[in-house]
Design a protein around this ligand. Sequence first.
Ligand code: ATP
Length: 208
Amino acid sequence: MTAIPPRRTPLHLGLTGGIGSGKSTVGQMLQHCGAALVDADACSRAVTSAGGSAIAAIRQAFGDEFIDPSGALDRGRMREKAFGDAQAKARLERIVHPLVADGIAQATLAATQAGHRLIVLDIPLLVESPRWAPVLDAVVVVDCSEATQIARVQARSGLDAAAAQAIIAAQASRAQRRSAADIVLFNDGISLAELRTHAGRIATRFGL
Ligand code: ATP
């Protein structure tokens, strides 16, 4: 009889979704259920904050004018440059992405050593990058309509609809994301309480 291989412990659950889909909210709900949460955006902010591991290379590649007086990446200035300059965007990503991946690996190791059974990795660019699929046991995609994404982004940041639409257009499409999903959580027209119920079911399904 073929032995069933032991399930990997802890399980690594990827969590992604477009801007404003609600993935951070779902991540916090899963954390509340007992999962460890590793947040790629937080890792990205850490490496580009004052004293962060990406700052010296960014300064060298782009110049002092992209570092603000506190010593952090000037995000507004870099966003403007990267938006209209694909080469600059790629150069920035070559610096930042491996360092973010290191940060994620360290946080994942710490969660493993702390004895967590489920590690949720909240990775906005999970579908865009081939790096993640091999290290994940399953992928949850939080999905909603573009109209809902735009309404949430506008409510949160005051961006106009056109700016929110441009960000959505630059990300993977809903169809691309859904095709990478083991579980799709449709977060549209449901309350936060209902979303919490769905997150709880996912936590249960993954052993919490
Ligand atoms: P980003 O990619 O921009 O970080 P996100 O996908 O992580 O966005 P969240 O920050 O989780 O999205 O959610 C965006 C906003 O929408 C938050 O203010 C959140 O409280 C709200 N929200 C998410 N889902 C619901 C829901 N079902 N009902 C009401 N508000 C919601």
